[in-house]
Ligand binder design. Sequence first.
Ligand code: GDP
Ligand code: MG
Ligand code: K
Length: 299
Amino acid sequence: MNQILKSGFVTLIGRPNVGKSTLMNHLIGQKIAITSKKPQTTRNRIQTVYTEEGKGQIIFVDTPGIHKAKNKLGEYMVNVAERTLQDVDAVLWLVEPTSFIGAGERHILEKLKKITTPVILIINKTDTVKPEAVLASIDTYRVEYEFAEIVPLSALRGDNTEILTDLIFQYLPYGPMFYDEDTVTDQPERQIVAEIIREKSLHALNEEIPHGIAVTIERMKERKNGRITDIEATIICERDSHKGIIIGKGGAMLKKIGSNARFEIEKMLERQVNLKLWVKVKKDWRDSDFLIKNFGYRE
Ligand code: GDP
Ligand code: MG
Ligand code: K
């Protein structure tokens, strides 16, 4: 076990329906992200882990796409996507094989000009056009930006996709793997649900809990009819006195947190949610490996 590994984070950006989920699924060899003909099925960051023995780990972050936000949820999605651009080790930008740069692409180009992260341009769906059109597309894009690499491929057919992972590894830092070798996804929906509950709690508590709280999701399951999702979560605090504050008089505080969180989670999942909240005291939860893993913190 004396290998020199590379491990890092990569984000896939591009307009809805350009093939981000298809590409990621192809690379990972399993169906994880939701692909669909309807734009924005992928509402949240999906971290998918690609492990190659002896080489290291590429952690893919599938974004909802960078576009102009129309509402609050849209804003949240755009913020997540934009913040990610500077934080990752490489950006993969997927585009259609056209020689016309549309308004959506111009918008993305403007965002890319503000970051220092290397950008790999992927011209997808090469199976839908003639080779000359692919070349014309490369020429159109390469004068607009200094891309680290330009890779034409077909995510659907798997044409030219095998070189992509090798290329990505070139841009990753040396370092140990972040996840176990057999990890494929870190259940981002659960993570986001936990984040929403935590945010609503802090908001409702209004700094009454000085040392903060953590949230774990005990159970998250869709009912057979597909319309309702049952979620059980635990709010973890450090002291008994904090527990009392979180529950509130006659449970009023917990009820308020629960209904605010439920509203937000339903918007995100686009499903009805039955949310049960518990409060537990756990001293020094900050030192707990389990919680750190559970929240997906990198450091
Ligand atoms: P996303 O919104 O960017 O995640 O796009 P999806 O991965 O959901 O793909 C949107 C649609 O484009 C789906 O119907 C895919 O099957 C299709 N698609 C993705 N990649 C390719 C490709 O390389 N060639 C062709 N012909 N279709 C593709
Ligand atoms: Mg998608
Ligand atoms: K989509």
